[in-house]
Design a protein around this ligand. Structure first.
Ligand SMILES: Cc1cc2nc3c(=O)[nH]c(=O)nc-3n(C[C@H](O)[C@H](O)[C@H](O)COP(=O)(O)OP(=O)(O)OC[C@H]3O[C@@H](n4cnc5c(N)ncnc54)[C@H](O)[C@@H]3O)c2cc1C
Length: 451
């Protein structure tokens, strides 16, 4: 029997599921699948994560088109672009499209992603005010950056996308101010002490305005200035980068449960919930999903392409009849901002405090290679341990190299229940051109737990 699979959403999450289902196609024991993917945009598989670097001029936006719709159509997929699902009927198992058509399904995948949060202030509808959440957004921002009249920019929000964009703007000679309500950058992934080092390093390129609030955007038709508290600053371009919210309208209207974080609730198999029941044939994943934090065990969001990929494996397996579960989430994150690699995994201090987790934390500064190596870089590490068990529950790192690998190492360490003593007592490899004999992570663990 042919099973009809309908995927709503063609961002990273929807396309990951599609690609995994395609990979399983043709296996001797594979059920035959008829797959339809529906997305509002007109492109195929676009790498959103590459967008800030395209704005920085490292390559063109078109280079981020990884696969055209034709690529999937040629493999028998009904890949429908420019298509919006306006309603889901869970009882009769069909989705209603903006064209008026109804499409029936046996298995439904909801991967509707997220949309930018727009602060409720005057002037966000002026020309020259942008967000950065789609290919189209990227093209508009890129065009504005190339326009001769663009001299002054204001970015609202000092998260990593805002900061990566700020670097792109500054590189083009545009005077760039980043306004952030909180007193330091990257508040979602860093503690204040580590974030202040990031600020110090980026201060030369970007004018930061911390602890300040944008009150209004002003201009007749096109934005001309930004009111920050009581001060007005010129702005030919404004980028709103104040976080994203899960796109759950469609799911909510169908009666699917939405959690306290604002994302769709699922069981570990990533099947959605309606009333008291988890629906055997309807899955959700990606930015629209609520996850359970692996340290606090509380619900939250994890809006990362890397999170979506693991969830896609679970959804694709379950559709193919291979029982699979998604575990609690650690959200390892890394971002490069003007050559500085910034990484974080697990909880930050503020989150541990919020959930009453007693902490011991330690920070260390060392080099990435032996001190006599000319190419060595400074590296700063902060490790957070649960005070009683001394188990690792969070880590923050900044350096110009090795951050991503270390964040992956620390992610596994948290999952494995590694303690400060383990980090101190376990051998590590050494070559002076690549490492120090006593690593920064060992020093940070020592400082945290006075071993
Ligand atoms: C600039 C930028 C840089 C990023 N960099 C990184 C990074 O370096 N590393 C990382 O891990 N993550 C990064 N992310 C986050 C990552 O891109 C997202 O987590 C990921 O794209 C989420 O994928 P998604 O498919 O869940 O959602 P989305 O990409 O938002 O896709 C949602 C899809 O659903 C479709 N849709 C929604 N509603 C409907 C409807 N009613 N009918 C039909 N279709 C619908 C949309 O058209 C879209 O195709 C970045 C994000 C941005 C914006």
């Amino acid at each position: 029997m042919v099973k009809k699979v309908v995927i709503v959403g063609g961002g990273a999450a929807g396309i990951d599921v599609l690609e995994l289902l395609l990979r399983g196609k043709g296996a001797a024991d594979a059920e035959e699948l008829e797959i339809t993917l529906l997305k509002k945009e007109h492109e195929g598989f676009f790498s959103m994560c590459g967008l800030p670097f395209a704005l920085q001029g490292l390559y063109q936006i078109k280079d981020l088109d990884l696969f055209e719709p034709e690529f999937y159509r040629a493999q028998g997929i009904e890949f429908r672009t420019g298509t919006e699902v306006t309603r889901i009927n869970l009882e009769e198992r069909y989705v209603h499209l903006d064209s008026g058509e109804d499409l029936s399904y046996d298995e439904l995948v909801i991967a509707t992603g997220s949309r930018p949060f727009i602060p409720p202030i005057e002037g966000t509808d002026l020309e020259g005010v942008y967000t950065l959440n789609t290919r189209e957004d990227g093209e508009k921002v890129d065009a504005a950056l190339h326009a001769e009249e663009t001299r002054n920019a204001v970015i609202i929000g000092a998260g990593w996308i805002g900061l990566q964009a700020a670097v792109a703007f500054s590189k083009r000679g545009i005077t760039t101010r980043v306004v952030e309500k909180l007193p330091y950058p990257l508040p979602a992934i860093l503690d204040a002490d580590i974030a202040s080092l990031v600020k110090k390093r980026l201060d030369k390129e970007i004018t930061f305005m911390f602890g300040r609030t944008v009150r209004a955007l002003r201009g007749a038709r096109h934005v001309k200035s930004v009111l920050v508290d009581n001060e007005e600053f010129p702005a030919d371009i404004v980028l709103i980068s104040a976080g994203v919210r899960p796109n759950v309208d469609l799911a909510r209207a169908a009666g699917i449960a939405i959690g306290e974080s604002g994302g769709i609730v699922t069981d570990p198999a990533l099947r959605v919930k309606k009333g008291n029941l988890y629906l055997a044939n309807v899955y959700a994943l990606g930015d629209c999903l609520e996850v359970i934090d692996a340290v606090t065990h509380h619900p939250r969001l994890s809006q990362l392409a890397s999170t979506a990929l693991i969830q896609a494996r679970v959804v694709a397996n379950n559709i193919r009849g291979i029982s699979s579960s998604y575990g609690p989430c650690l959200s390892p994150t890394v971002a490069t901002i003007s050559g500085l690699q910034i990484g974080s995994v697990g909880v930050i201090t503020e989150v541990a405090r919020r959930y009453g987790i007693p902490l011991k934390s330690g920070s260390a500064v060392k080099y990435t290679r032996a001190r006599f190596f000319p190419d060595r870089k400074l590296i700063v590490a902060k490790l957070l341990f649960e005070a009683r068990s001394q188990r690792l529950i969070g880590a923050q790192l900044i350096s110009e190299e090795t951050v991503a690998e270390r964040i992956n190492e620390l992610t596994l360490a948290i999952r494995a229940g590694i303690t400060a003593r383990d980090i101190w007592m376990r051998e590590r490899c050494f070559d002076p051109s690549l490492t120090m004999v006593e690593d920064v992570l060992v020093d940070a663990a020592l400082k945290a737990c006075h071993l």
